[in-house]
Design a protein around this ligand. Structure first.
Ligand SMILES: [Zn+2]
Length: 221
């Protein structure tokens, strides 16, 4: 589903299944954010095909964080000529505390190797310029991607429509999540693209969403 020139969303529509929203950034390079669970890759690839892109054309997979509902599908791209990346803190978490979480979900993760790590700051991918924000709280190495040219923020499991990511799981920290939310709320965002649930579209809608969260939800963290 095309949101705007070069930016596509593949929202997860089945509330009974656990999978994440996937996003595609299309410039001279093709960047896929959060491929989701391996079991749902076929559905994702079908939806991408409708937008004239096949998985073999993906140059880079960015993980907002390493929870299996976002990153399990990395293993498909590991076999390909695609680079995979995430924040270094998340990779460390994935190999330690995060591994316990996978067991909790009854998942055997196929390991993937990040070719490079994301750090807070600019990421220049040919004609796509992104800002990376390190936004811990839901997980230690969660990142959000801000695309200034589109005023779009891919927020992973940090901020949702009328909600925030869970902080009652291993590696989570409510106080850090609050700080991350404050940082993201400063960005000039017209497209808030979360890891689960509805997209928030429109500058006023995004502002109202942060206000609601800061008023009613932050104090519970
Ligand atoms: Zn998560």
């Amino acid at each position: 589903m095309k949101l705007t020139e070069g930016l596509y969303a593949y929202p997860w529509l089945d509330m009974m299944a656990n999978n994440c929203n996937t996003y595609l950034l299309k410039g001279r390079l093709n960047i896929l954010v959060d491929p989701g669970h391996s079991a749902f890759l076929d559905q994702l690839f079908q939806a991408m095909k409708d937008d004239d892109i096949v998985p073999e054309e993906i140059d880079l997979v960015i993980n907002t964080h390493a929870h299996p509902d976002h990153s399990e599908g990395n293993s498909f791209f590991q076999q390909d000529n695609t680079l995979i990346t995430l924040h270094e803190d998340e990779d460390r978490y994935l190999k330690g505390e995060g591994a316990q979480l996978y067991k909790l979900f009854g998942l055997e993760m196929s390991p993937f190797q990040a070719e490079f790590y994301l750090t807070e700051g600019w990421l220049e991918l040919d004609d796509i310029y992104l800002e990376i924000y390190h936004t811990p709280g839901h997980s230690p190495g969660s990142i959000c991607l801000y695309w200034p040219a589109k005023k779009a923020l891919i927020s992973g499991d940090v901020v949702f429509y009328q909600g925030v990511g869970r902080t009652d799981i291993p590696g989570a920290d409510g106080e850090l999540l609050k700080q991350s939310l404050d940082k993201l709320a400063q960005l000039d965002t017209e497209l808030l693209l979360p890891g689960h649930g509805d997209l928030v579209i429109g500058k006023d809608e995004v502002r109202d969403n942060y206000a609601l969260i800061q008023q009613y939800i932050s104090e519970l963290l």
